[in-house]
Write a protein that binds this ligand. Structure first.
Ligand code: C5P
Length: 207
């Protein structure tokens, strides 16, 4: 079966956790498309040209532990404004979205650009303060020495760049279901997302 769940939203809204849980529940493959931009950003921090880096991306580039650092996140959002970088990553994402067996993709432009025909579209969001708190706790838990105020500034800077860019800006697709996770536990947010997907007739057969 071909079945795509597009999950978009701003940084640290809970897209990753929700996407993984939805994919596991329905037995779909999952692609964190932010990793593609992070991998390009990491190469640029290492001195590479962004377009060359995007065109020569290899699956092994996605397994780099440093991709989760704040510096790479900012570099990712800087390369993500370049139309040629985005264009180089489109085909892989489109093919993944329509692969047999079902797919969940999370990012910023999945429901609007990569897979407007997705069977289910979710736009996951939360207040900037809430997202910064979560990201702060996550980075601290990972042993990173970060300050909350800096994390909040980073989140806001990325929001502004991701929403304000001309190429594939961050915005909900017109037919996306909005899911604000500010006041939800992880379990409650996951349960809501699963319920939205399960409401699609074709999804029921896959569980
Ligand atoms: O989702 P994540 O925080 O890993 O994404 C890192 C950056 O990559 C985002 O801030 C955004 O600029 C970019 N991105 C994008 N389109 C996507 C996924 C990520 O522009 N589909």
């Amino acid at each position: 079966m071909i079945f795509t769940v597009a999950i978009d939203g701003p940084a640290a809204a809970g897209k990753g956790t929700i996407s993984k849980a939805v994919a596991a529940h329905f037995g779909f493959a999952h692609l964190d498309t932010g990793l593609l931009y992070r991998a390009v950003g990491a190469k640029v921090l290492g001195g590479a040209d962004p377009v060359v880096a995007a065109r020569s991306l290899d699956p092994s580039d996605l397994e780099n532990a440093s991709l989760r650092t704040p510096a790479v996140a900012q570099a990712a959002s800087e390369v993500a404004v370049i139309p040629e970088v985005r264009a180089a990553l489109v085909d892989f994402q489109k093919a993944f979205a329509r692969r047999t067996g079902g797919a969940v993709l999370d990012g910023r432009d999945i429901g609007t650009v990569i897979c407007p025909e997705a069977e289910v579209k979710l736009f996951v969001t939360a207040s900037p303060a809430c997202r910064a708190e979560r990201r702060f706790a996550e980075l601290r838990a990972g042993g990173m020495d970060v300050v909350y105020e800096t994390v909040l500034e980073d989140v806001k800077a990325r929001d502004a760049r991701d929403s304000g860019r001309v190429a594939a800006p961050l915005k909900p697709a017109e037919d996306a279901v909005l899911l604000d996770t500010s006041d939800l536990t992880v379990a409650a947010a996951v349960a809501r997302a699963i319920a939205v997907v399960a409401a699609h007739p074709a999804a029921r057969d896959s569980v």
